[in-house]
Structure formats: C-alpha cells, structure tokens
Design a protein around this ligand. Structure first.
Ligand code: ARG
Length: 613
C-alpha cells in the first residue's frame, strides 16, 4: 500500500487504486481510465462515489453494474478505505477508513496545517494597486489592491519569495500636465491638498480632451487615462498647454532639481492619502513597494534601441512600432515626437522583473479593459526574450483581469450626488457599519464582547467592515463585474466574510470554555465529524489550486463550506456537553484545528479574525 502524504489529495489517492483496478478488469493501462470520482451525496453511506463504470461499461460492451462489481472485487485500497460497495446501476461507494481520516488529521495538526511548501527558488512578482499620482484612489484600484495582496499572500503562504510591485502612474505627460497646471496657477505645493491635485488633474484632462477625434478613438479603444492622453496628444498636435507640459517633462527627465522636488511633492501628497487607505485595508503594501513608472524613466530609450537592434521594431510615420505576426494591431513604443508610452515603460518593467527580480511568474492584477495592452506586452517580451530569468527559466506572464464595481443600478458605482465614489469614503462606511453592528451586539450581557472598551470594539468593527469588503471582492469570479451591496457584504449570515469570522469567533469562545489538550487522541467516527475532518483535509489542495489558477474565490468558497461543515458538526455532536471525556477532548481538538485553519485561510485572503465578536 502506498503511503499517503499530507500533500496528496484523498480523491487522487482513491483514484489511483481505482484506475489500476479498472485497468486490470478491462485489460487497459490505468492511464486510460477516468474513474469519475465525486463526493457522495449522502455522507451516511459513503464519502466518495466513483461513477466511471457507466461510461467505461458502455464503451467496452459490459453492463456497468457487472463491471463495477468486478472492479470492487479486485481494487486494493489497503487500510486506506473500507471495502467499497456497488449501488444502483453501477456506482461504487467508497468510505475512507476512520483510521485513515484520524491519522491524516493528526498529521495536519502542526503549524503548517498540512500545507505543502513550494521550493521553487525563483521569485514571483505581483503588479498590484497601480494608483495614479494626482488622482484619488477609486474603487477600481480597490480591486487591484485587494486581489493583488491576496494573491501575494497565497504565494507567501506556500513559501515563495514575492515582490509586490506597485506600478504607480507617477511619470509622463499626464503628471507633467498636472504639475504645469499647478505651477502656472501659483498653487503653493507645500500646502497642497488632494483636492487641489484632483482639480488640477481634471483641468489637465480637459485641455487634453479638446480634440474630439482623439477622444473618440480613445473611447473606441476603451483606453485608460494614460492612453487617452497619449492618443489625443498624437491627434491634436501642439496645444499650448501640452507644449509647456512637454517642456516640463523634458526638464524633469534631464534631472532639473527644483522641478524634481516639486514633482516629489505631488507624489507625497497623493501617497499620504493612499497609505491611509492601504493601512485601513490591512494590506501589505507600503513605500517599499513603490516602483512606479518614474523608476523606469532612464531605461526607456534602451528598450526601444534593443527592439530596433534586433530587428523587432520598425519605423512607421516617424513612430516606432512592434508588429505581431497574428494581428493587425501594432504596439507603439515611441511616438513620432520621440516620447515614450505606457507600453514602453511596461516593457522596461517586465525586463526588470524577470531579469533582476528573477521572477519566473509575473502576475498583473489590472482592470480587464487593459487586456489588449497585456497581450501585446507579453508577446513583445517573448519576441525579445525578456520572458526569461537569468538561469534560463521561462517566466509565466499572466494578466489577472478583473471586472468593474457596479452600483445597485448596475452602472459604475456613483455617490448619490453622481460623482464617482472615492475609496476612502467607501472604506470608512464599511468600518462604520461593522462598528455599529459590534457595538449593538456588545450591549447584550451574554455577548463575549460585553463590557469591552470602545477602542477594542472599534478595532473589531474595522476588521469586520474591511473583511466584508475583501471577501465580497474575492469570492466572485474576478473577471465578472460585481454589484457593491454593503448590506449584503456586512451581514453575519450568508456567504460573507463576517459570517465566517463570526463562526470562527464562536469556536474561539468554545475553546476558551473548555480544557483543550493538544495531545488528546482524536476519535473521528460520527458522520458529521468525518465530514468536517474530510473538509479540513482538503486545505492544502484547495490552496494550491487557488494559486495555480490565480483564483482566490476557490479558497473563499471552500472556507464557507468548511464553516458550514463545522456548524453541522456542532449541531449534531455536543462538544463541552459531551458525557464521555475522550469524546469531549477529541471534539475540542477538532474544533481547535478548524479554528486555526479558518484563521489561516482568511489570513491568506488578507482578512483578520477577531477573537470575539
Ligand atoms: N496606473 C495604471 C492605471 O491606473 C495601472 C498600472 C498597471 N500596471 C502596469 N504594469 N501597467 O491604469
């Protein structure tokens, strides 16, 4: 019998034995067999069900029922599972043995919680947040931040070295235009407010929007602000303000010290408010993660030269473009006036990430509307070999596109007055909602939060409000637009963050009320104990799957199922009230492992777990 390692998934394990058995009966190689293993419908009868006899029987001219019986006659699960039984037209019912479940849960009960580490020595670079200087963080950046941070945490959890790269929009014509606006209107940059910056940004955009044709093209291409300005600027030619901004950008690029100081003030002013939001959000992104567009500004000429030298770029009406074999759309890397583009910077960044950070996976958590940009970027990087790490590994370049955040009316989220919602107002509202709920509950003398001081209650309220937003954001298929519904998100019932946090806090209370003994023998026998244990044993597989597919929602769904499995267990298996001492100690341990797995899993999503709620 093959030894079962924690990292092996149980389903896979029984699958291997069944493949061999089907192969032996049908005279086929096990690799040709799909035993079709599913979770059993009725946990009282079996844990898993293999339905492969249906299709295989038909294909090989045998009655599925007879085939299933033959397979059951030869299959060898050793002590891993009980002897299987055939049901109905040919389903094979499998019950994992109590001994197997008990020893696997026992093995899982360490700090690692059964999670296998990935020893790949390369780094992973995650492009996240991506705020633009002089602009408020808005809900789109909320997603790039929350999703990016949770993907980073997933990789860190399995032991990978991660670089969180905040590719700030802090350079180029848009910023130069803002600075030009501010300087020419005599604003004191030392007392600059975010509002001053925002209105300067809007004014600068208005100037850039003068030319209708440019706007139309940009809209047709669904371009973001960078492209919008780039394209309009190409079409428009020299508008006075732009000429001035270009001059300013040029001086900045030449290292004009006083201008660079002014520019830094814009960055500082923007980032001060960004960090406030990031702090509230409890994400691991700080100044050390800033490697914005300005970081690459000296490398852009080199990027274009490299493409030209290798014959991978050509001149087109004075501009330099990279062409792709399989599509019309070229990638513009230098404008006819010599200026560089968003794409040029991204090429410099990709080279830096694979070759200097040695990342063999670069993940871009960016709005779905930039899909074409990333397709071009990855293909261009492939052409020139910047998808290779110094030791020759090919780096996986992935765009994780996410959808928009919509209001109740299904159009982009707006405030009542119609302006777009700032991130900070949204976060404060969520925190307020969480806090009100916690304070309300703490009034009940039976609540574990009863008598806590206001600061403590506010901390819990923040963890709930922010947890609610994060969970709502992560628990859907990322690419889908989602409706921002604060009432639903902060509810303590349903598939929400607070529901899971609350369940976890209740387990903590349970454990506080008992005498947990970490080395008490586990006895996993009752159907609901088994169901909970089997769920727990999936943690490693689910986490690794979520990473492989870059889909945090897999982890959310599973954590929700785990929480439900715990409540089903708790309803039918008394813990503290259990008459038998051994049973009580075993159940307390099972509760404790569940609690730790929930805390760990939510932690991987970036969600905190209050001890009391
Ligand atoms: N600042 C950009 C925007 O708001 C997002 C940056 C994404 N990252 C990148 N490497 N292009 O559209």
């Amino acid at each position: 019998m093959v030894r079962i390692y924690m990292s092996t998934n149980i389903q896979q394990q029984i699958g291997e034995s069944l493949k061999e058995a089907f192969g032996a009966v049908l005279g086929l190689s096990p690799s040709e067999i799909d035993p079709v293993i599913r979770h059993a419908q009725n946990a009282d009868i079996a844990d898993f069900q293999a339905n492969g006899a249906m299709a295989l029987g038909k294909r090989h001219g045998q009655s599925p029922r007879e085939l299933a019986e033959k397979v059951v006659g030869v299959v060898d699960f050793g002590t891993f599972a009980d002897v299987p039984e055939v049901a109905g037209p040919g389903f094979i019912n499998i019950r994992i043995s109590d001994g197997t479940i008990t020893s696997l849960v026992e093995e899982m009960d360490t700090d690692a919680l059964g999670v296998a580490l990935d020893d790949n020595p390369h780094a992973v670079a995650i492009d996240l947040c991506g705020v633009n200087v002089a602009k408020q963080l808005h809900v789109g950046h909320l997603r790039a931040t929350i999703i990016g941070d949770s993907i980073a945490r997933m990789y860190e959890r399995v032991g990978r070295k991660v670089f969180r790269e905040n590719h700030l929009g802090d350079w180029g014509l848009p910023i130069a235009m803002v600075l030009e606006q501010l300087l020419s209107s005599g604003v004191n940059l030392d007392t600059l407010s975010l509002e001053d910056l925002n209105s300067a940004y809007k004014n600068a955009q208005l100037v850039a929007k003068d030319e209708l044709r440019g706007e139309k093209t940009a809209k047709a291409m669904q371009a973001g602000p960078h492209r919008l300005i780039e394209i309009e600027e190409q079409n428009t030619g020299a508008i006075a303000a732009q000429t001035a901004a270009k001059k300013l950008l040029n001086a900045l690029q030449q290292g004009d010290e006083s201008l660079l100081k002014d520019w830094q003030k814009l960055i500082d002013c923007t980032m001060k408010s960004v960090y406030e939001s990031l702090d509230l959000l409890h994400v691991n992104i700080g100044p050390e993660n800033n490697r914005g567009e300005s970081f690459y500004c000296d490398r852009l000429g080199g990027v274009v030269d490299s493409f030209i030298e290798r014959g991978l770029a050509e001149e087109d009406g004075g501009a330099i473009v990279v062409r792709f074999k399989n599509r019309e759309r070229p990638m513009l890397i230098r404008k006819s006036d010599g200026g560089f583009l968003y794409a040029t910077t991204d090429l410099a960044a990709i080279k830096f990430r694979t070759q200097e950070l040695r990342a063999d996976r670069v993940v871009y958590v960016v709005d779905a509307r930039q899909r074409d940009h990333f397709k071009d970027l990855f293909d261009a990087a492939g052409l020139i070999g910047w998808d290779k790490t110094p030791d020759g590994a090919t780096s996986d370049l992935v765009h994780v596109p996410f959808g928009s955040v919509l209001g109740a009316d299904k159009s982009p989220l707006k405030t009542r007055s119609g302006s777009s919602v700032t991130l900070s107002s949204l976060l404060h509202e969520a925190v307020e909602r969480g806090t009100c709920e916690v304070i309300r509950r703490s009034k009940d003398p039976k609540s574990p939060t009863h008598g806590m001081d206001e600061d403590e209650l506010r901390t819990i309220g923040r963890q709930i409000g922010i947890g609610a937003i994060k969970y709502a954001d992560l628990s859907n298929d990322l690419v889908r637009d989602y409706v921002f519904d604060m009432d639903r998100m902060v509810a303590f019932e349903g598939n929400t963050g607070p529901y899971i946090q609350y369940a976890c806090a209740r387990i903590s209370s349970l454990i506080r009320g008992g005498d947990l003994q970490k080395d008490a023998p586990l006895q996993i026998v009752e159907a609901q104990e088994r169901a909970l244990a089997l769920k727990l044993l999936q943690y490693n597989t689910v986490l690794h799957d979520a990473i492989a597919h870059l889909e945090p929602h897999r982890l959310c769904t599973w954590l929700h199922e785990l929480t439900e499995a715990f409540s089903a267990f708790y309803q039918s298996c008394p813990v503290l009230k259990s008459e038998d001492g051994g049973t009580k100690r075993s159940r307390l341990r099972l509760a404790d492992i569940t609690r730790r797995v929930i805390i760990d899993g939510l932690g991987v999503l970036g969600i905190e777990c209050p001890d009391k709620m």
